[in-house]
Design a binder for this molecule. Structure first.
Ligand code: ZN
Length: 377
């Protein structure tokens, strides 16, 4: 897969450390993080000292189990709380890691929600360690709910949801879909860490000014107080692959806290207790708003550009004033008319006007109906 070779498939069935009484003092069946990810099989009796050389803990957070892997160096190990480590006071322990490493397959999943065109929006969530709730499961959950919601509405774009292990999974997908990625992907979002209560962070695509970047700025600027827009960097989640220079796809990363952005990250503390339903709900609503802007975007020309057209005689000013949403759409009409010179899209105009995309889209539709706007070529 490009410069990479998919490593052997790892299967883990059981693992434990037993004391002299035969009791499991560390047990994979109690927590799957207890095994160093990708551990080679091992069975034997070790001194406590030799065993401890294979143990990983978090001394600063003695109640948490760290999440650790060793994909590219063959070894075995256990991850345990500092309390469990400190309790290893017997001279010897029996140890078992019942795993297999061998030829296999790399699995990833796709869910395609067809739209009116074959132009695609890709939505990607990493699935390498789904027992961690915010980093992994929240992105998977949000992607599933978005796929479900989009199934019920008619869309312009085809939405492709990709569930793959981080890094190697995205590399594998891109390797197997090179032509499709280059020809069809119009917009994309990586979803990760979307269930905690941190303010939103959107990391721009490598291009920095792609429509998805501007749509995210618009939506988070208007609807998510305290949100941050960060420029692209070649570090983080799978945007590193989608935005590698050979692809340079317009794919941004939609997050709340982000990688390494909270103390429970990559530990057993990243569990369901960290997630809040309202936080996941806001992530869902704002992701859908970004899709709404991408779906409704377009670039138009004002057919009456010499001074303002008279809106009243065309019935475009409400006969009965006072409704607040009417006022917003009327304001939006003035913005759309002024900036529809063929060089600004509706997302650009909404950003400039700082008006919700729905108001800008409604204004454009009214102006199209009145013949004051035509699609720009
Ligand atoms: Zn992770």
């Amino acid at each position: 897969m490009f410069d990479w070779t998919i490593p052997d498939e790892w299967s883990i069935r059981d693992a434990w450390i037993k004391n002299a009484a035969g009791e499991r003092v560390v047990d994979f069946r109690e927590h799957n993080l207890h095994v160093l990810g990708y551990s080679e099989p091992f069975q034997g009796r070790l001194s406590a000292e030799d065993l401890k050389a294979h143990c990983y803990t978090l001394p600063d957070h003695p109640d948490r189990i760290p999440y650790r892997t060793s994909y590219y160096k063959r070894q075995w190990g256990f991850c345990l709380t500092q309390h469990q480590y400190d309790a290893l006071t017997e001279p010897e322990y029996d140890v078992c890691i019942d795993s297999t490493l061998g030829p296999g397959v790399l699995d990833y999943a796709q869910c395609v929600v067809p739209g009116a065109t074959s132009d695609e929006v890709i939505v990607s969530a990493h699935v390498c360690h789904p027992s961690l709730a915010n980093d992994n499961l929240s992105g998977i959950t949000l992607a599933m709910q978005l796929a479900r919601a989009l199934t019920d509405i008619e869309t312009r774009y085809t939405y492709r949801f990709i569930f793959a292990p981080g890094t190697i999974g995205a590399i594998a997908w891109l390797s197997e879909h090179q032509a499709q990625a280059k020809e069809r992907v119009r917009h994309g979002l990586i979803l990760a860490c979307v269930g905690d209560t941190a303010p939103f962070t959107y990391k721009q695509s490598r291009r920095g000014d792609a429509p998805v970047d501007r749509a995210a700025s618009l939506v988070l600027g208007l609807h998510a107080e305290g949100s941050t827009i960060k420029p692209f960097s070649p570090y983080g989640y799978d945007e590193r692959q989608y935005c590698s220079p050979g692809f340079d796809l317009p794919v941004g990363c939609f997050m709340r806290s982000g990688p390494g952005g909270y103390p429970e990250y990559h530990t057993s503390g990243d569990n369901l207790g960290l997630l809040r339903p309202h936080a996941l709900g806001e992530s869902f609503t704002n992701a859908l708003r970004i899709f709404e802007a991408l779906e409704g975007d377009g670039t138009y020309l004002n057919t009456n550009p010499h001074c303002e057209p008279q809106l009243g005689k065309r019935g475009l000013y409400s006969a009965v004033g006072g409704r607040t949403d009417t006022r917003a759409v009327e304001m939006a009409m003035l913005w759309v008319l002024n900036y529809s010179d063929g060089g600004n899209s509706l997302i650009d105009i909404a950003l400039r006007a700082q008006l919700p995309f729905a108001a800008i889209r409604a204004a454009a539709d009214a102006l199209l109906d009145a013949g004051l706007l035509v699609a720009a070529e």
